[in-house]
Design a protein around this ligand. Sequence first.
Ligand code: GLU
Length: 300
Amino acid sequence: MLCRFAPSPNGHLHLGHAFSALVNADAARAAGGRFLLRIEDIDIARSRPEFEAGILEDLRWLEILPDETPRRQSRHVRLYAAALARLEAAGLAYPAFESRAEIARAVIARDIAAPWPRDPDGMPLYPFPRTALSDKERARRRSEGAPFVLRLDMDRAVAEVGGDLSWQEAQGDPLGPPASVMATPAAWGDVVLARRDAPASYHLAVVMDDAEQAISHVIRGADLFHATAVHRLLQALLGLSPPIYHHHRLIRGADGRKLSKSAGAPSLSALRAEGLLPGDIRRCLDLPAGGSTSYPASRT
Ligand code: GLU
């Protein structure tokens, strides 16, 4: 069993991260497997070395240092570029040139007629059809240096894979018996696969990295449950064998919302400075002391 904790080094870790990291590390220990750390620093503009150092410091404090040298996404840009080139060559990805403001305006205009569809995260689907521009025109604009993002042609991608798509979701806890979940990636529309400032989107990089690292169990928050449909589609298109997934419950603040840096969740380093011990963190997260094998039930 091989699992990973994959934080982005763009802020301090909080209790939500601690929960995910501890559940991963405990599962690896319980199964006699390995626990890896992946630094998801593909968003170069927002990633900072001091946050990466902080992640390692927090994991050391929690007594769950990774079993191997961490993998850093920014070192694997060529891997993502090769996957993008394959998708483009197969006609499954295309450059799109609209700015964020143009997209937002188009969604507002469409919303007037009837509510424009949202993705499972509540964001409006990309509102323009690929056929609005010919492939030749897209190639011309690109060669002239117009800014663009690469998008997945969702309809073609789904047609290419054909038939039903599903993933295995471990039930109850990360090592529980897997059950099949139907994947409906079309609910996400033409998702972005790469941007100028991020050579691979989260969706593409996570799929490539999990395959490259031969992760057997992807254990992460329930907020990523629906995104797994996109990941499963990309795996099918790129011929990658899928891991087993487990989406664990989310840690929520007093207001009932998922903890987040932006909403002011206290960092682990602040809790440490207040004198809390790793055992206190486990207790307040309702996790067994010192990595025993039983978990509180997950809710997705
Ligand atoms: N970097 C992602 C995050 O912090 C990782 C998600 C995943 O585990 O797939 O949300």
